[in-house]
Design a protein around this ligand. Structure first.
Ligand code: BG6
Length: 507
């Protein structure tokens, strides 16, 4: 059964808005994120005619590139896209500039200020600037300090800073970073980015919940028995061992992406559609979240690491054999855990979170399992009727599904579960924008709705503090379970649910 699209215009999170003249300054312009995500997203906005004509990108990094070299490197990295849209690229490339900058060197920052003034004159960007920190997290604080010292953050209505994840390594360092950044700029100027919030399907959690009358009355402990949130990836650590070895799945995926999905799924309805009203509710629900066993966290968390696997034709190496990974590494590439939310709506409902690399399928979803019907009147396929499930498919195959029992055809009165589904692709026909397209546009518009506020990021770190401390102080209490590449993680993760009489959903 397909959901029928009634009025597509009414389901958008926001009306289209106009980006004012401005220069976006990317620190870390020689890095991977710039050519893989940021420049392609800006080019997409350019092609969609959503950028003003008074627009510029200033790439900054230590390498002594020229404007021309920056342009040609970006074009090389996006060769196919450029080939397909050569005329548009040529126009867009004329807005790309480059300045060698080391943010630790005050004279470089002074030169940066002068260059920006030059760009303002050349491109009429009127002193409006979005600074994007795509540098190593160790430089987020000092980078902001340098910009502030050079007066580049002085006007809150014209300057803002976008900060990539991870924002801190734990609760203490996130608090500290918030203090440093907060001393350089107002909270309204700070945009902590989590690219999951740029996904249509993640935003859709809010629309589904609060634009329909049928869900909210049952969206609570009286009707929902448990919730699973999964972000499964088929890729391994790829070229990112340097970063990943210091991070692991808990810091890389759970503290940010999975926690954002948790917050949107569980928050109360905001009083109005307004960035602060929404972020208040997200922060509040995260402050009420707890690991299922804070005293003995090993009872509610499982860590795993992929070992070799695959097939003879396509062998997959184990994490410890990946380039740049310590051969005795105890970094987790898989983590599963159980949480509770101690508030009136969710008290007693278990939330199970899991994420892992080298799993059999790329798939992110939120699954709400409803309580069983109180009386079983009919014979069901497989013994007892399947509990209703609402499945919010974040990616791929974006959409939602609802599992419910129907009468199986035939003479008896047997029931059978079926799936009603909504697909973004079928209903809207065109692929959604990459998360970065949406988020870059919002940052340039100064709309913080889809960015993480300081109290939210702290609440998210605080939630996982007992685990992070355990891993730091007595890692043997939370051992790393190996799992074969291409399987659904360690068996211990299944036991986490089996202890509660449940199973992970296997799509
Ligand atoms: C990033 C993580 O934030 O998200 C990566 O650092 C991960 O390790 C990626 O692969 C997953 O994003 P997506 O959008 O592909 O689910």
């Amino acid at each position: 059964m397909n959901a029928i699209l009634t009025n597509p215009l009414r389901v958008g999170l926001r009306q289209e808005r106009v980006i004012s003249p401005q220069c976006i300054v990317i620190f870390g312009a020689s890095g991977d994120l710039t050519h893989r995500k940021l420049i392609p997203a800006l080019f997409e906005l350019f092609r969609q005619r959503r950028l003003p004509s008074e627009f510029a990108v200033l790439g900054c990094a230590r390498r002594p590139w020229s404007d021309g070299e920056f342009r040609s490197r970006m074009a090389e990295a996006m060769a196919e896209e450029v080939r397909n849209h050569q005329i548009a690229w040529d126009q867009f490339a004329s807005c790309l500039f480059y300045e060698p900058v080391d943010l630790e060197q005050p004279e470089h920052v002074v030169r940066l200020g002068q260059r920006l003034e030059g760009i303002d004159r050349l491109k009429a960007t009127r002193g409006n600037r979005t600074f994007y920190m795509s540098v190593s997290p160790a430089f987020y604080g000092s980078g902001c300090r340098s910009l502030a010292a050079a007066g580049l953050l002085a006007d809150p209505s014209r300057s803002r800073v976008v900060i990539e994840k991870p924002f801190g390594r734990d609760y203490g360092s996130a608090q500290q970073l918030n203090k440093v950044v907060g001393a350089c700029a107002q909270e309204s100027q700070i945009f902590r980015i989590d690219h999951y919030l740029g996904k249509e399907t993640v935003q859709n959690i809010l629309v589904l919940r609060f634009a329909n009358a049928i869900f909210e009355p049952i969206w609570n402990r009286n009707y929902i028995a448990s919730v699973q949130i999964t972000a499964a990836e088929t890729v391994g650590v790829e070229e990112r061992a340097g970063y990943y070895e210091t991070s692991g799945a808990l810091r890389d995926m759970v503290q940010n992406h999975l926690t954002q999905m948790l917050a949107l799924t569980t928050m109360e309805a905001p009083g109005r559609f307004d960035p602060e009203a929404i972020r208040n509710e997200k922060a509040k629900v995260l402050q009420a979240a707890r690991l299922a066993d804070e005293q003995e966290p090993w009872n509610c968390c499982v860590r795993g690491q992929y070992s070799s696997g695959g097939s003879q034709a396509r062998p997959l190496s184990g994490y410890r054999q990946e380039p740049g990974v310590n051969t005795n590494s105890t970094t987790e590439t898989y983590v599963a855990m159980k949480l509770f939310i101690n508030n009136w709506r969710w008290q007693g409902v278990p939330f199970y979170l899991r994420t892992g690399k080298r799993l059999p399928k790329r798939m992110s979803e939120v699954v709400l399992t409803f309580r069983e019907a109180p009386v079983h009147l009919f014979d069901a396929a497989g013994g007892s009727p399947t509990a209703n499930q609402l499945i919010l498919r974040i990616q791929p195959d974006e959409g939602a599904g609802f599992m419910f029992e129907v009468k199986a055809p035939g003479s008896g009165m047997r029931s059978r579960p079926v799936d009603m589904h909504f697909s973004y692709d079928e209903s809207f026909g065109e692929p959604s924008d990459e998360g970065y397209v949406r988020l870059l546009a919002d940052a340039m518009l100064g709309d913080p709705t889809l960015f993480t506020r300081s109290d939210e990021v702290e609440a998210a770190w605080r939630l996982y503090t007992p685990l992070l401390e355990l891993i730091e102080d007595s890692p043997w209490q939370l051992p790393i379970h190996p799992y074969e590449s291409g399987t659904w993680g360690p068996g211990a993760s299944d036991s986490l649910l089996a202890n509660d009489g449940l199973m992970w959903r296997r799509p």
